[in-house]
Write a protein that binds this ligand. Structure first.
Ligand SMILES: NC(=O)c1ccc[n+]([C@@H]2O[C@H](COP(=O)([O-])OP(=O)(O)OC[C@H]3O[C@@H](n4cnc5c(N)ncnc54)[C@H](OP(=O)(O)O)[C@@H]3O)[C@@H](O)[C@H]2O)c1
Length: 248
């Protein structure tokens, strides 16, 4: 179980909200959590993580997972260095090419960093089923440690080819959007919990995929910029910036 930071950690400079994020991190580590995932795409999330890590005394169980997200391959190293400095870690455990942007150039950078001992693991990401063909091609042909993708009870396309390929190639899988960004949970709000266990065998699961209606987000609002590394362009791609939340 990891801690994602898209939207939720984009709280800007507000001291009270930064402290709330640090409290979430504290609860996460106390519960045995380790991996925190972020990206230069996630607005102020990286400095907010850095603030929390400093406040908590740099927890030893941290597994730091960040991304490179910039179209210029030659500017990848400086973006990575800025991210590392914002987190305040000596090196990242995992760096991923975010949404496969300029993946060939960035994979070269990440592989060189790994070979030089500046990085432990190399990965690539996608979400919501985008570019699975390309994802598969890269997984089959490049040395990767991790792949990050969307997988949840209704988004199960990866079960057909990508998860078996990951198993074959020994690539670790990180799942994003496990609750479809909360849609799956909001749909259940107000519903009684099923009674499970002996004597309640009539509960039937798996009779076809449930139909999920996309509910309006509670967090639509203004966005915070328009440059990679500064923006909150959102996980839906650059064309959907109006989905970016107002920092809170
Ligand atoms: N391409 C990529 O690399 C990529 C793409 C997508 C995501 N990611 C990573 O994966 C992380 C997770 O993605 P996601 O935020 O879409 O994941 P998610 O877990 O599907 O959705 C998170 C939302 O679910 C709701 N939620 C979670 N636990 C809940 C609970 N116990 N009770 C009620 N509601 C609950 C919250 O919604 P509310 O806040 O509205 O209450 C929360 O913000 C991101 O933060 C990011 O780090 C990466």
């Amino acid at each position: 179980m990891g801690l994602g930071t898209w939207i939720t950690f984009n709280v800007g400079d507000d001291d009270e909200l930064r402290d709330e994020c640090a409290a979430v991190m504290d609860a996460f580590f106390r519960a045995g959590g380790g991996m925190i995932d972020s990206s230069p795409m996630y607005g102020s999330s990286q400095p907010v993580i850095g603030y929390g890590l400093r406040k908590l005394g740099q927890p030893k169980s941290l597994f730091s997972a960040d991304k490179v997200w910039i179209s210029s391959g030659s500017r990848g190293p400086s973006q990575i260095e800025e991210s590392r400095s914002l987190w305040g870690v000596p090196r990242f455990d995992l760096l991923q090419v975010h949404n496969l942007l300029s993946w060939e150039e960035h994979l070269q950078t990440l592989s060189a960093m790994k070979a030089a001992g500046q990085l432990r693991y190399v990965g690539i990401t996608t979400s919501e089923g985008r570019r699975h063909d390309l994802l598969e091609t890269i997984m089959a042909s490049r040395p990767l440690d991790f792949v990050q993708l969307t997988y949840n009870i209704v988004d199960r396309e990866v079960e057909d080819r990508i998860l078996p390929l990951a198993a074959d190639r020994g690539i670790g899988v990180i799942v994003n959007r496990p609750f479809q960004q909360g849609v799956l949970l909001r749909r259940l709000a107000g519903q009684p919990l099923p009674r499970l266990g002996r004597g309640h065998r009539r509960l039937q699961l798996g009779a076809g995929r449930p139909e999920i209606h996309h509910l309006p987000s509670r967090r639509h609002g203004g966005h915070t910029g328009d440059q990679p590394g500064r923006a909150c362009a959102g996980e839906h791609g650059r064309d959907e910036r109006d989905r970016c939340p107002t920092p809170r």
